[in-house]
Design a protein around this ligand. Structure first.
Ligand code: SF4
Ligand SMILES: [Zn+2]
Length: 328
């Protein structure tokens, strides 16, 4: 029995997203689902968010109530795009019952939906049915499957992140998505645990080069230290430093495609940061760039002078993989 009660989702907000060269209105929703089936990534605290339902029907009702809340808050006609996150995978049937997946496709019919999922849940049946339900002919590509690939390097994804799937798995899922008329958005993690600043920059550059032309959208997440994670344990011991915003700029400047980036926690000690003086302007500039794709802005920010720039350059050259980070 599906409840008609309304329930606030974990988070929701409206904003702008760049799509096909223009800024469109986008509604983002983070649903409280049954929780991530994998739940082992070293930097992730989202996996702690889960609704412990007694049955699939109860879980579907819980999700339905959250969608009801969102529908009561917003006029859906105002949005061309909807981004859907759970604390795991939207297309995992154990986490999000298929009846609710269908409901989402019906409610957002005619919009561009970006939904996050691990690759193992991107199957022809699941995605094909979702696209068929969502598509009313308004958009050539109504669905984008967003996958936290993190890096194209299997050793880094396994050792530094513990993600539990390979680049090959991602490529298979991308092929499935493309076959049923969906697009693919890759999320990349900049500077996972156990990597020096320079290694992380090299890894991100090679990931972007490998992905170029194979996916429709790429977003880079500079790593933040979330609470109750293995990454936090190392960070507290001084064994991890989030990336410099200078590095983020240098990557965006030369990326082979437009890469969106929202530096969460930018300028804070748990987030990507420089010295505290230049951080605000750079973080804001990176957010503006995500919307405008104005590379000149990134170039101007990278040319800015600040005393921490020489520190960043020193770290890039001298930080060694077998030592502790040189700065905090
Ligand atoms: S990063 Fe994604 S796959 Fe990994 S534990 Fe968190 S929610 Fe699960
Ligand atoms: Zn600075």
């Amino acid at each position: 029995m599906i409840s008609e009660n309304l329930k606030k989702p974990l988070a929701y907000w409206s904003g702008k997203e760049r799509y096909n060269g223009e800024a469109v209105d986008c509604l983002t929703i983070i649903f409280e689902s049954g929780g991530c089936s994998w739940s082992r990534c070293r930097m992730c605290s989202y996996r702690h968010e889960r609704y412990r339902a007694q049955s699939c029907d109860e879980l579907a009702g819980h999700l339905h109530a959250q969608l009801g809340w969102v529908r009561a808050q917003f006029s859906l006609d105002d949005f061309a795009m909807v981004k859907i996150f759970t604390s795991g995978s939207f297309f995992d049937p154990a986490e999000v019952p298929p009846v609710f997946q269908r409901e989402v496709a019906q409610v957002f019919k005619g919009k561009i939906v970006i939904a996050e999922s691990r690759p193992e849940f991107i199957t022809p049946d699941t995605i094909g049915e979702f696209v068929a339900e969502l598509n009313d002919g308004t958009h050539t590509t109504p669905l984008y499957c967003a996958v936290g690939l993190e890096t194209t390097s299997d050793p880094i994804r396994e050792k530094c992140i513990n993600k539990g799937f390979t680049y090959g798995d991602f490529k298979k899922a991308a092929a499935v998505a493309h076959t049923v008329g969906a697009g693919v958005k890759a999320y990349l993690l900049f500077k996972p645990l156990f990597m020096t600043e320079a290694e992380a920059v090299i890894d991100m550059r090679s990931s972007l080069a490998e992905l170029a032309g194979t996916v429709e959208m790429v977003s880079m997440n500079p790593c933040t230290v979330q609470k109750r994670t293995e990454l936090e344990l190392y960070w507290k011991q001084g064994a991890y430093r989030p990336p410099y915003l200078w590095s983020v700029l240098s990557i965006l400047k030369d990326a082979p495609m437009h890469v969106t980036c929202d530096p969460l926690g930018g300028g804070q000690k748990r987030g990507p940061h420089n010295c505290g003086i230049c951080d605000y302007e750079i973080t804001k500039g990176i957010r503006d760039y995500s919307l405008t794709a104005d590379r000149d802005l990134i170039g101007e920010l990278l040319d800015m002078e600040c005393t921490c720039k020489s520190e960043w350059e020193y770290v890039l050259i001298h930080e060694q993989p077998y030592c502790m980070p040189l700065t905090r």
